[in-house]
Ligand binder design. Structure first.
Ligand code: MRU
Length: 345
């Protein structure tokens, strides 16, 4: 793995295994600051405020988070423990609604308890630890396989457009949309990557540009409204994006602005690839209209990142954090299990 990236630990446990340690992504690219989380409120806040973000990383943070919180529950009574577990689980699940990985990881942690009804509370805690570690390790392994599968569709020297951050910072290693780019970088593909800045929280400008540069990838930052011109100039041969929830009909929720890119790519005849782990597919969700889209505070649009407020006081603001790309506009969904083309999902 590219060394500069492996030094960045998005989410992990401390050495004693009693605290979650995250790289605070709200402070990037200026400062690499690690913060520790050991209460439900701290974990909730870190997810809600995007200190840790990106669908798979949120899942890992929630799994480690619920483990460090419930290991402190001082009871030998299984029903008391289960009750407390349920309260913390529901609370953490309420931090962000769109990425399915959050609830999927929490459900998976709970299923460990349900699967071992005769275990003691002490044994339950050990099982929860192992499950959280597995969630992280499986995520890292999946990302590598997503990268290998994605790279099969790319050629050396290609221009690639990406949106938001679906890289190393959003997962346990490599990323999803950025994973083929890193594998290609290691193998001399010399891609030319264009990163959308991704308004309003600038995950592209702050995070994607930061991690690609750190890994030595040729990256050019553009504003979100510049995608059309770079496509028209012929500089883009593929669009690679991540996903927060894939409905069973193939519709995809991802960072706001993704669906507009898919429309543009369709117009210019550029393949539009969505990359994500199988854990981001939600079989219980029939289509994109059923996905709950997170709406966030107006200040993210009107003043955050500006030296002074840039919008009139009291202007109405609509700030959806995600949008849905209809499956017709997606060339293929690339997972660790293979490449699914639009006509055979
Ligand atoms: O609001 P964010 O920064 O959590 O949104 C992240 C995205 O939309 C990513 O593209 C998605 O979670 C996939 S991360 C591998």
């Amino acid at each position: 793995m590219i060394r500069a990236l492996s030094e960045l630990r998005t989410v992990c446990l401390n050495e004693r295994g009693d605290t979650v340690v995250i790289l605070d992504q709200t402070q990037l690219p200026g400062k690499e600051v690690y913060v520790t989380l050991s209460s439900p409120e701290a974990v909730w806040d870190a997810i809600y405020k995007l200190k840790v973000r990106g669908a798979p990383a949120i899942g890992v943070a929630a799994a480690y988070g619920i483990y460090v919180c419930v290991r402190k529950i001082d009871t030998l009574d299984n029903s008391v423990f289960m009750n407390e577990f349920g309260k913390i689980k529901r609370y953490l699940a309420s931090s962000r609604p769109t990425a399915v990985n959050l609830t999927a990881a929490l459900d998976r942690m709970e299923s460990v308890l349900v699967a071992h009804p005769f275990a003691s509370v002490r044994e339950w805690k050990e099982l929860l630890y192992k499950e959280a570690v597995s969630i992280r390790e499986e995520d890292a392994a999946a990302c590598l396989r997503i990268g290998e599968n994605g790279l099969r569709l790319l050629r050396p020297g290609m221009g690639i457009l990406t949106h938001c951050n679906a890289g190393h910072l959003a997962v346990s290693a490599y990323g999803t949309a950025l994973s083929p780019i890193y594998l290609g970088q290691e193998r001399g593909y010399r891609f030319k990557v264009f990163a959308d800045e991704t308004r309003p929280l600038l995950q592209g400008a702050r995070l994607t540009a930061y991690e690609l540069r750190k890994a030595g990838v040729d990256v050019t930052l553009i504003c979100d409204n510049m995608a059309s011109i770079v496509m028209r100039k012929g500089w883009i041969q593929a669009v690679l994006v991540g996903c927060d929830r894939v409905a069973s009909n193939g519709d995809v929720a991802n960072k706001i602005g993704t669906s507009g890119l898919a429309v543009l790519a369709h117009y210019y005849g550029i393949p539009f690839y969505v990359l994500g782990p199988m854990s981001t597919i939600d079989p219980s969700c029939p289509n994109g209209d059923s996905i709950v889209i997170e709406e966030r505070g107006a200040e993210e649009v009107t003043e955050m990142w500006y030296k002074q407020r840039m919008a009139p006081e009291e202007v109405k603001v609509y700030n959806p954090a995600f949008d849905v790309t209809p499956h017709e506009l997606i060339t293929a969904i690339i997972t660790e299990n293979g490449i699914f083309y639009k006509n055979n999902h």
